[in-house]
Design a protein around this ligand. Structure first.
Ligand code: TPP
Ligand code: SF4
Ligand code: MG
Length: 415
């Protein structure tokens, strides 16, 4: 959690945070919250006991600052205070994920991104539910809340609605977001609360020692599916699109560069920025990993396709592409035969229809798995409309009084 002594405000505003609002709709910024108190040592539950004995896990590739790394930052805040660095966003807590867990790369990427956003730490809040992934707020030197299973979106909604000036991040897992929290997830998406949702999808309940989750593949053998899962899994991207998400994207733990680009875009999006992150649980996913076919260098070119707005959909180092055959996507060879790059679909992230078709690619053997921004739309945020409504009503009816309201109408005394 943020330490007020170390805090420096570099005076920058978040980029691109101004939604296009209909006439009369505009959020008024609130006063900044007071700086956080220094965090005391907490002793939350650690990761599963299967990994006990490893106090300080070895950092996987991507989790350490590369030599000579220089974050893109303004040299100073303009008021003489030095700018923040990645280290300023790391808390004093021991990271207690298993060695090799994909969560490390996500934490490192977020900590690397934060100084570039130019937002003071006391305005940053990380809210999580329950799960290995949900331990994330402990490791961020910002405000944070390790909250109730599946309820991070509800808490974030209350926080953002009452203080729109805060930058609110939601950290959740496939179990947290899609089992117990499924209802909360769809409602934050349709309301378009200006937050970022990072869904760590490892296709398993990690914290509770490896039960199957709503994203586990059919046939998966786990503690709770000893003969193989017969449930059909959720595909979180079309789920978020169906709930009217205004920014829907997918990235992976093994590609920190791509992840950072996508997280920045989710952050800059004025509304709910939903990002599914493929994240391997090396303890409870089998040796092939949950997503290795898409993330490892031998198979990634052929099995993963990176979406780029207004660019033709190509993959495998530009040797293959996707075209539409009616409403169906079809792989075309761009090296041999009659097809060329001009026959490929040009991706348009503003098209809900195209996002619908492309997001339906779900581990198809004949089609590459898409990553990137599927859909992006400007729509007024809930909190902007809420505050405008309150201002309008206050103007008409005057400042309200809670005590008067509670004692208005039918009240009685029980004696
Ligand atoms: C009300 C309630 N029900 C069930 C649990 C047990 N529980 C804790 S975390 C979890 C699932 C976590 O899975 P996921 O969100 O995928 O996180 P991961 O550990 O994989 O990161 C469950 C079922 C709980 N803590 N509270
Ligand atoms: S997600 Fe898996 S690998 Fe990561 S900390 Fe949890 S149990 Fe360990
Ligand atoms: Mg999980």
């Amino acid at each position: 959690m943020a330490d007020d002594k170390k805090h420096q405000d570099n005076g920058q505003q978040p980029k691109g945070k101004k939604p296009t609002l209909p006439p009369g709709y505009g959020a008024k910024g609130k006063k900044p919250t007071p700086p956080p108190q220094p965090a005391g040592k907490r002793s939350p539950d650690g990761p599963p006991k299967t990994v006990s004995g490893s106090k300080k896990p070895k950092m996987p590739p991507g989790a350490k600052l590369p030599p000579g790394h220089k974050p893109k930052m303004p040299p100073s805040s303009g008021d003489g205070a030095p700018a923040l660095t990645r280290k300023d966003f790391a808390s004093d807590q021991d990271v207690r994920w298993c060695p090799g867990c994909g969560d490390y790369a996500i934490l490192a990427t977020v900590q690397r991104l934060m100084p570039e956003l130019g937002i003071p730490r006391e305005k940053q809040v990380f809210i999580s539910g329950i799960g290995c992934s949900s331990r994330f707020p402990y490791y961020m030197n910002t405000y944070g809340l390790h909250s109730i299973h599946g309820r991070a979106p509800a808490i974030a909604t209350g926080l953002k609605a009452s203080n729109p000036d805060l930058d609110v991040w939601i950290i959740t897992g496939d179990g947290d977001a899609l089992s117990i929290g499924g209802n909360h997830l769809i409602h934050i998406l349709r309301r378009n609360i200006d937050t970022q949702i990072l869904l760590f999808n490892n296709q398993i309940y990690g914290l509770t020692k490896g039960q199957y989750s709503p994203t586990s593949e059919q046939g998966k053998i786990t503690k709770s599916t000893p003969y193989g899962s017969i449930d059909y899994p959720f595909n979180p991207v079309p789920l978020a699109l169906g709930a009217h998400g205004t920014f829907v994207a997918r990235t992976m733990d093994r590609d920190p560069k791509h992840m950072k680009t996508i997280l920045r875009r989710a952050h800059d999006h004025p509304g709910t920025g939903f990002v599914e992150i493929y994240q391997n649980c090396n303890i409870f996913n089998d040796n092939d990993g949950a997503f290795f076919e898409f993330t490892e260098k031998d198979s990634k070119p052929e099995r993963a396709l990176f979406l780029d707005h207004e660019q033709p959909m190509t993959f495998d180092n530009g040797t293959k592409g996707l075209r539409l055959d009616g409403w169906r996507l079809q792989v075309i060879d761009l090296e041999e035969g009659d097809w060329s790059v001009d026959d490929c679909v040009v991706y348009d992230e503003t098209s809900r229809e195209l996002a619908g078709i492309v997001s339906r690619i779900f581990r198809e053997p004949d089609l590459p798995q898409p990553f990137g921004v599927f859909y992006c739309e400007d729509r007024p945020t809930y909190e902007a409309m809420l505050h405008t409504q309150i201002e309008g009503v206050t103007e008409k009816r005057g400042q309200g009084d809670l005590a008067d309201l509670l004692h208005a109408g039918d009240t009685w005394t029980i004696s």
